[in-house]
Design a protein around this ligand. Structure first.
Ligand SMILES: Cc1cc2nc3c(=O)[nH]c(=O)nc-3n(C[C@H](O)[C@H](O)[C@H](O)COP(=O)(O)OP(=O)(O)OC[C@H]3O[C@@H](n4cnc5c(N)ncnc54)[C@H](O)[C@@H]3O)c2cc1C
Length: 457
């Protein structure tokens, strides 16, 4: 069996590890990655910022569903820290990258039974079917790889630009469109003021990293709502007793708020309710009508995101301090214009009631991964879309996939033997980005591939 995994970030790497551990028959795994840096780490865990903590407790970042302590134990064995590391520490994302790399290397070394795993450093640009019914992957460097099964683990596409092409031209080198590419703060001098577009977790890391670099000029962050991710705080487990799927978005909102009140009466925090919703989030999402999904995306999404994707308490303290010292300010609105002036760039923005402007020297796009695969820079998606092999979802947040991550074509049929793992499955599963969701998908896809192969043997 020849298995090609496109993308060697966390999703592709964890899928390869599962295959290496579970395959009992000879196989060749091709792990294909287009980035030269950060192999096996992807965008999240190859960070070069001065401040880049995981946004999740160390005790919840294991690669394995059946061994929750794996990452925690790896830290204890491999890392020295002046602070005591507990299951609830927020350790470095770079450490997590090292953990991914050593885990796949260990899995390759330990594997026998004729299973080979080759890392291929080039982009997959297109996939074709061979007359024998296999897949032929066309690589950017001209190579071709034949595979019986393909896994798309292409992850987080760079954020879409939310300023005009003209504005991007005016800004030139002073604009960073992709904050996960190298270190976007590298060439910013301490006296240059910075505007970050977006007020989510990526923005937080950039603002605190600027502080760690002794940046002195003012930093701004702008988003439509100006809301920040809430901080983590330990809160014991809570059990939701009722069935809460299959309801309208308004009922769902009211039910969740009721659960929060119930949790409060048991001295529990809203965070316990969010954690309790985690195992049923996909079921709830899939049961919503298209109308409710649209309403969620337009009105409720931001509130879900800031409560579900929280920041470490240390980041919260740093941000609060910067705000109180007037070194950092959050602005509300959308950018309407960017003009070059003597002192920097005059950025005009407006919200529902007001128009305002600010002068800055640098702008960094921190608006989060793009789910519009038609507009993204990845030629693979343009090609698969034009062939009808992948289908955009109605809400433009991803592509249509089935229960096991199989691709659903534009004609409605399953594309045999191609699976997606990770953020690509967001449209169908809603929460499909964090390691806990990814590790489950990776394991299930590996089991599915192996059982299909056994059935045909
Ligand atoms: C800054 C940041 C911090 C995060 N922090 C956390 C955290 O603390 N905890 C947590 O659980 N989750 C976190 N996440 C969520 C994160 O999405 C997942 O944990 C995980 O890293 C996603 O991995 P991935 O492999 O799917 O995507 P990616 O990391 O984007 O990797 C996909 C890889 O595929 C490659 N690729 C794409 N197209 C092609 C092609 N055509 N050919 C070849 N290669 C290709 C890309 O170069 C890339 O390396 C974070 C995300 C970000 C962006």
């Amino acid at each position: 069996m020849r298995i090609a995994i496109i993308g060697a970030g966390a999703s592709g790497t964890i899928t390869a590890i599962n295959l290496l551990k579970k395959l009992q028959q000879p196989a060749s795994i091709f792990l294909i990655e287009k980035r030269n840096e950060g192999l096996y780490r992807g965008a999240a865990y190859s960070s070069q910022l001065d401040y880049e903590p995981l946004n999740v407790y160390a005790g919840r970042m294991s690669l394995y569903n059946d061994n929750d302590d794996d990452f925690y134990n790896w830290i204890l064995e491999n890392k020295k820290s002046c602070e005591e590391i507990t299951h609830e520490s927020f350790v470095s994302r770079r450490w997590y990258g090292e953990y991914l790399e050593t885990s796949i290397k260990d899995a390759v070394v330990k594997k026998q039974n004729g299973v080979l795993c080759e890392t291929v450093s080039t982009a997959t640009e297109n996939i074709a079917k061979t007359p024998e019914g296999n897949y032929l992957l066309k690589q950017e460097d001209g190579r071709e790889i034949t595979a019986d099964v393909v896994i798309l683990a292409t992850g987080n596409e760079k954020p879409a630009d939310v300023i005009s092409k003209e504005a991007i031209q005016v800004l030139g080198e002073s604009y960073v469109s992709n904050p996960w590419n190298k270190n976007p703060l590298e060439n910013i001098s301490a006296e240059e003021s910075v505007l970050l577009i977006g007020t989510g977790l990526t923005m937080v890391d950039h603002v605190v990293s600027l502080k760690k670099k002794n940046h002195t000029a003012k930093v701004f962050a702008l988003s439509r709502n100006g809301l920040l991710p809430r901080p983590h705080k330990h809160s014991p487990a809570y059990k939701i007793e009722r069935e809460i799927s299959n309801e309208s978005i308004e009922q769902l909102d009211a039910n969740i708020l009721e659960e929060v009140e119930k949790a409060k009466s048991q001295n529990l925090d809203w965070r316990s309710v969010i954690e309790a919703l985690r195992p049923v989030t996909t079921k709830i999402w899939q049961a919503l009508s298209d109308e409710s999904k649209s309403a969620f995306l337009n009105k409720y999404r931001i509130y879900w995101d800031i409560h579900r994707h929280r920041m470490p308490p240390a980041s919260h303290n740093e941000i609060s301090e910067l705000i109180s010292e007037n070194k950092f300010e959050i602005l509300k609105g959308t950018i309407t214009d960017v003009l070059k002036t003597e002192n920097g760039f005059l950025v005009s923005y407006k919200d529902a009631s007001d128009s305002n402007s600010v002068i800055v020297n640098r702008i960094i796009n921190c608006t989060g991964p793009s789910g519009d695969y038609e507009k993204c820079d990845n030629p693979l998606f343009k090609n698969l879309l034009s062939k009808g092999w992948i289908k955009k979802d109605k809400h433009n947040i991803g592509i249509v996939t089935g229960a096991a991550g199989e691709l659903i074509q534009q004609n409605g049929n399953v594309l045999e033997n191609i699976f997606a793992v990770g953020p690509l499955r967001k449209a169908m599963e809603w929460e499909s980005t964090a390691i806990r969701e990814i590790r489950t998908q990776a394991e299930q896809v590996a089991i599915q591939i192996i059982s299909q192969a056994n059935a045909h043997a």
